[in-house]
Write a protein that binds this ligand. Sequence first.
Ligand code: SF4
Length: 340
Amino acid sequence: MSEPLLEVTDLTKYFPIRKGFFQRTVGHVRAVDGVSFSVARGEILGLVGESGCGKTTTGRCILRLIEPTSGSVRFEGREVVGLSRGAMRSLRREMQIIFQDPFSSLNPRLTVRAMLAEVLRVHGLARGAALQERITALLRQVGLSPSQAARYPHEFSGGQRQRIGIARALAVGPKLIVADEPVSALDVSIQAQIVNLLKDLQRDLSLTYVFIAHDLSVVEHISDRVAVMYLGQIVELAPSGDLYRQPLHPYTVSLLSAIPQPDPDRQRTRIVLTGDVPSPANPPSGCRFHPRCFMARERCAQEVPLLREVVPGHRAACHYSEELLASGGAVPVTVQPANA
Ligand code: SF4
């Protein structure tokens, strides 16, 4: 098997909680707590979970926009954590990010042409006529007209601004793109256009994505594999088709049950997650999902479930995944879902 493009091992990011006059550290928010996964070249990995589950922090730690507390991030076999600023700057050409809110990530004082020219010049990628040609090609690639290059960000719609953000990421010719909720701020009607654009670009340019979203329905059609995060940890990781057809973690079952099904024969039992997400500063004992889990038993509050391979290629962190497997992805009949 060929070496993965990206390999994340036991990644953690703890943010200190400071209090008092002397700002003493009184605890830590465990935003990312032992996350491991790899992404093959040309693969799209969806990273999904509720707000505050650590998916965005994970994405930023990969690019070292946030310094990880511990763990390893290897890109093309090379360790990224601990690299000097200079070495990291040249590596950033290979690893780019697309932000959720394109408006705040674009410089309002620069036209689109000036913005793209700046990126190309800083990285020494084009000058003179070649620079203009490159800008024209980039705009066409993301579905904008070269005639729009003289405009400022505020003159564009939300979807168009995200296209500019994508063009800026593509300008340096990256291999890996971390797309951090790239469609969450957009109207539903525009979301599919941007997802399709990203999919086309991935195919045409042989890109690799870590595609972050809070909604499983957004990543369903774009991801090859999906990792579901809860309270700073991955609780399920599987090929996309397997995860949607037969989720093996109760949290994933709950998230999927909230997605409307157009086919009445495929309706799922609706499971409403009760209670708020617990604080990552003081996560629950045992399985972190147990206070909200419709399958929880005594053992769950005491014993931490490991992320294990339940069936080949399909991993889940639940003591009772086999029950979900036996039930064919439906809620086991012996269990009464809360608020179903
Ligand atoms: Fe639910 Fe227990 Fe599985 Fe955790 S280990 S997901 S609490 S059944």
